[in-house]
Each structure stands twice: as structure tokens, then as C-alpha cells.
Design a protein around this ligand. Sequence first.
Ligand code: HEC
Length: 226
Amino acid sequence: MVKRVSCSRVVVVSLLTSAIIGFGAESSRADAAKGEGVFEAKKCGGLCHITQGPATEKTFADQLKKKGPELWYAGNKLKKEWMEKWLQNPAVIRSLEYNSLEKKNPGNHPKLGKDEAGAVTDYLMTLTSKDVETGVINPKSSLQGKIAFEKRQACQGCHQVEKTGKVVGGMVAPSLVKAGERLQGDWVYAYLKKPKVFKPVKRMPIYEGYLSDVDMKNIAALVASF
Ligand code: HEC
């Protein structure tokens, strides 16, 4: 008797749970569709942000035509919570204008309202690449990672980082200050490991052959811990 009661309770609870999960999935799909509409209406696509992968750029001229970073793998690269906040209050990540080595970034990225930002985030999170394996990198600061990042490759020569509370490093690349709030470690690893997939033409050096797979994993875990 007692058994039967608890059994039916289980059924009710599991029915409720699946209804809630099902509803959640439905509404997030609806938001993604709404977000895609906002993205188009605000003209975020085209040469500003490419949402269609894989990458087609072959020459430096192709890269220079782009006005902003491609987003066709945004769902693997960026953190959802960060994206939603950033779209409402876009702080400068690249000190210099996209593709420029001298012009200062004017920091005039369009801002979105809260609802729009939420919907666009849901849309961008659906854009993923089969070349990013998820669940591989756990954020972690290690001595091996630091040696590879700071000493052997001097990544901070181009990227800003935080060191004992101070921002130091180069300005020609996106800042990696608090990168762990913004970037997914699995994507950082994939970016180092498969540069041709994500950036066939770029100013950042290619580390294939210079860093071992373990180094790349340690560096990705370190960046994700920033
Ligand atoms: C010679 C300069 C240079 C060096 C050295 C360099 N990078 Fe970069 N890096 C760049 C540039 C430029 C970009 C931006 C590419 C683009 O999006 O067009 C970049 C992009 C990145 C990104 C993506 C950031 C984002 O927000 O899109 C990561 C992560 C990264 N680099 C990590 C590293 C690591 C780790 C090292 C060292 C192993 C390193 N970089 C060394 C120039 C450099």
C-alpha cells in the first residue's frame, strides 16, 4: 500500500519534471528564434559578425574585410552569463579596432536592452562547431601552464593579463584579463590545437609543433582560470 503511494508519487513527480524541462527547452528555442530576428533587424551579421561556418577566409585581404570577430562558433567560445551582460553593457575587449594595429577601439559597440540581450544570447549559444570537444578542460592555474604561457611563448607580449592585481601586456590582441568569465576553456584548447578551423588567417602565431598537446591543455586551463 505504502509502496503504491510512493510509486504514484514518483510518476507524478517525474511527469511534472519532464513537463518543466520540456517547457524550458521550448521557451529557449523560442527565444533563440526571437534572438535571431533581433540579430538580423539590428544588422549584426554581414561583415560585422559572420554566423555561418566553417571559415571561408583564405587570404589576409579576406580577413581584413571583416569588421568584427566571427560568431559562428560563439556557443563554444563564449560563456552564456558573460554574453548576456556584455550585450547590455559592452566593455572594450580589444584595445585597438578590429584588424587595426594603430587605431584605438572607440568602444562604440551597439547596446541591447535586457530582453533583446537574453534572446540574442540564446540564439548565439546555438551556434557551435563540431571541432570543439566539450568537457575536456577544467579551469586551473598550474606552474606548467604559467611557464608555457609566460616564459616559453610569452602570450602576454600581445595579450593583456592581470599580474599581482595589475594589468600588464600587449595591446594588439584581445585582452585576456578575466578571460575565464568570458571564454570557455574547451574552446581555447581547440583554438590553439586547430588554428586553421577557427582562424585560417590571423596575426596570432600558430603553435602547432611548438607546444605539445599537454602544454596546450595546461594553457587553456590557465586562461580559463583568469
Ligand atoms: C604576436 C601576437 C600574439 C601572440 C604572441 C599570442 N597571441 Fe593570441 N591572439 C593574437 C591576436 C591578434 C588575436 C585575435 C585574432 C582575431 O580574432 O582576429 C589573438 C586571439 C587569441 C585568443 C582568442 C581571444 C578572443 O577573445 O577572441 C586566445 C584565447 C589567445 N589568442 C590566446 C593566446 C595564447 C594562449 C598565446 C600564447 C601561447 C597567444 N595567444 C599568443 C595575437 C597573439
